[in-house]
Design a protein around this ligand. Structure first.
Ligand code: 13P
Ligand code: SF4
Length: 334
């Protein structure tokens, strides 16, 4: 029997003005930059120096002059920052903040899969452990996955891991038959399903649909568009950062959002005049929500939890992560 890890978040601290003042002062003292993913709690997003999607935050981490990065997100994101900046101190406010998608493939799984497809190019989503990245040719995020696969010569087999829904999106967009997809998923996005989306779209006929490609409903959305239930130009498959960019330019007055609900905060900030509604308002990632005001305060007061990546694994993973940040559009973050 495996021991169950206690995932009770650190609590007991109010995100009030004195908290905010102490966070800013401690960050300055530590020469730290605070990065927050779009799924973080609103108070964490608001105190951060930068918020954004996985790609934008990786790029910001790589370019930052700060000697310490405090990554308010999940563990693979902090590991990616450490791979890109091994000389930096990288802190995550709660090291238990994992990711069900990253857990769906191990380094050993990937090595075995590669052995079945000799010569294939391996593309791994950034939502993977450092060990998986070390076995990978090019990493990608939801924002540049299509561009990454397009950058590979058409006659070369591609192994795409670990998200099956993002993989299906990439296969549709590139029309590539020689793309093999690992059957992993994120429990939060897989739970946003097609029937739920169809019901919400029918009740909100004028709304745009912003859909993250990790969602179980992404295929259904395109099917609804294909059969004319939803106008095709209303269906947008977007990374979290691209949702913010799209919110600033859409003419729609109402938008249905299919992703983790932390996203609504950035969207409402970007376009307060639009009504944003979650397709599934229970789609909350418990790992992202472990970065509480108490956890962030502890992190900055005590220098916890420091993220280490084995230098040999980091060296093998660095090329794949660097290729990821070089390919494709900017990613959404500010
Ligand atoms: P992006 O921020 O790259 O869209 O990814 C979303 C995600 O699920 C991260 O866990
Ligand atoms: Fe991982 Fe899903 Fe949570 Fe993103 S939302 S961190 S993919 S478990």
């Amino acid at each position: 029997m495996t021991a169950t890890v206690d995932l009770t978040p650190y609590s007991g601290v109010d995100p009030d003005a004195s908290w905010a003042e102490e966070i800013r002062a401690l960050a300055k003292e530590r020469d730290a930059v605070l990065l927050a993913h779009n799924y973080q709690l609103p108070e964490i997003q608001d105190i951060a120096d930068h918020t954004g999607d996985s790609l934008a935050l990786s790029r910001i981490a790589a370019e930052s002059d700060a000697s310490t990065i405090v990554f308010c997100g999940v563990h693979f994101m902090a590991e990616t920052a450490k791979i890109l900046g091994p000389e930096k101190t990288v802190l995550i406010p709660d090291v238990r903040a994992g990711c069900s998608l990253a857990d769906s493939i191990t380094g050993a799984d990937l090595r075995a899969w590669k052995a079945e497809h000799p010569g294939a190019v391996v593309v791994s989503y950034v939502n993977t452990t450092a060990e998986v990245k070390a076995e990978t040719d090019i990493c990608c995020t939801s924002s540049n996955a299509v561009d990454v696969v397009r950058s590979i010569p058409a006659d070369q087999d591609v192994l795409f891991a670990p998200d099956q829904f993002l993989g299906a999106h990439v296969k549709r967009e590139t029309g590539r038959e020689n793309l093999y997809i690992w059957a992993g998923e994120c429990h939060v996005h897989a739970g946003i399903n097609g029937p739920e989306l169809a019901e919400r779209a029918a009740a909100n006929p004028d709304a745009d649909l912003f859909i993250h490609p990790e969602c179980g409903c992404a295929t259904s959305a395109l099917y609804l568009a294909g059969e004319g239930t939803v106008p095709a130009d209303k269906v947008k498959i977007l990374s979290t950062g691209d949702m913010v960019t799209q919110a600033r330019s859409t003419k729609a007055r109402s938008v249905l959002v299919a992703t983790e609900i932390g996203m609504l905060h950035q969207l409402r900030r970007a376009a307060p005049e639009i009504e944003f509604k979650a397709v599934n308002d229970r789609a909350s990632c418990r790992y992202m929500k472990m970065i509480t005001p108490a956890a962030l305060l502890r992190s900055l007061r005590e220098g916890r939890d420091e993220v280490h990546v084995d230098p040999e694994i980091a060296a093998r993973a660095r090329g794949a992560v660097r290729r990821m940040i070089e390919i494709g559009k900017p990613g959404g973050g500010e």
